[in-house]
Write a protein that binds this ligand. Sequence first.
Ligand code: GAF
Length: 384
Amino acid sequence: MGAQRVAERFTELYGARPEGVWAAPGRVNLIGEHTDYNDGFVMPFALPHQAIAAVARRDDGLLRLHSADVQGGVAEMSLDTPAPQGAGDWTAYPAGVVWALREAGHEITGADIHLSSTVPAGAGLSSSAALEVVIALALDDLYELGVQPRQLARLCQRAENVYVGAPTGIMDQMASACCTVGHALFLDTRDLSQRQIPFDLAAGGLRLLVVDTRVKHAHNAGAYGKRRAGCEKGAALLGVDALRDIPYADLDAALARIGDEEEVVRLVRHVVTEDHRVERVVELLRAGEIRAVGPVLSEGHASLRDDFRVSCPELDLVVDTALANGALGARMTGGGFGGSAIVLAEAAEVNAVTKAVEEAFIAAGFTAPQIFEAVPSAGARRVN
Ligand code: GAF
């Protein structure tokens, strides 16, 4: 649904025009997985898929929410309702953002909101961060809060961690808030310093495919939190604030110090090598060697599959099939346990790779995947 239709629907629902319309995208992460809650590096870029919100202020302490994507009428809640309430339905994301803004001392007196999103839900493409960021940006604009994008991203993360109850890092919110057209975002999640890295695949004769396996994932399920706790244990055993503080050159010595905690060894090895892979990809892109990024992506997948253990048969099948059919590199993207994989391929190979993956899914008896091309797109902005 485009911005104009979202505004029209708002008017039908609430009997008055919205004060504005905002958009915030989903993302794919090129490289740097499960590094963000270890203070490490990530490199996402924005998808053209986005959440769009038409919003108007209220002054009576009420929040009214409606989504074009979900069955049901307008949900109404008082801003004074005790929060956080733990994982609920989709309304927890916008409500959580309002809660986080107010908790941070910003005066929000209410809002009417109508939302529509083209970011596939549960596909590892940050549909929830898109919802959070679009609401944060709209309220920041309307209430003239003057909050910087990275601080808005932090507040959205707080909404997700505390109000929704999912222990995620900062990558997805920062990607949605800060990505720009034609670039990947090289982000240091410790201090949120960032560089926009030109990422023009088409000019290099390349394409990046997203393969949504349709296996739905959820961050508040225990497996994500368990990995996170394991990383924190690793950092504690090694006497550092976060695994980011283990230099790649010292990895073997660090692993030896962990001793026989085999699971912790695997988690630490993934995080430290993954941070190193992000730095390698930045170097390769700077040198104009986009094709050489492919094998680094595939290495990252092996590490997520074997060491971090967050892949699944469907994601592995995408990666194996793509690589066997001429792709330059492939890996799962996002939190894992389902969701999507990315495939870097020559433009001329895209049809063959797509067909091979579709056929492999049929042969394995898996649900047909959704495959589309990803082009680095705009971050959150006002659109009307
Ligand atoms: C999910 C989380 F939301 C991110 O913070 C990040 O940890 C990612 O999984 C894994 O890299 O998308």
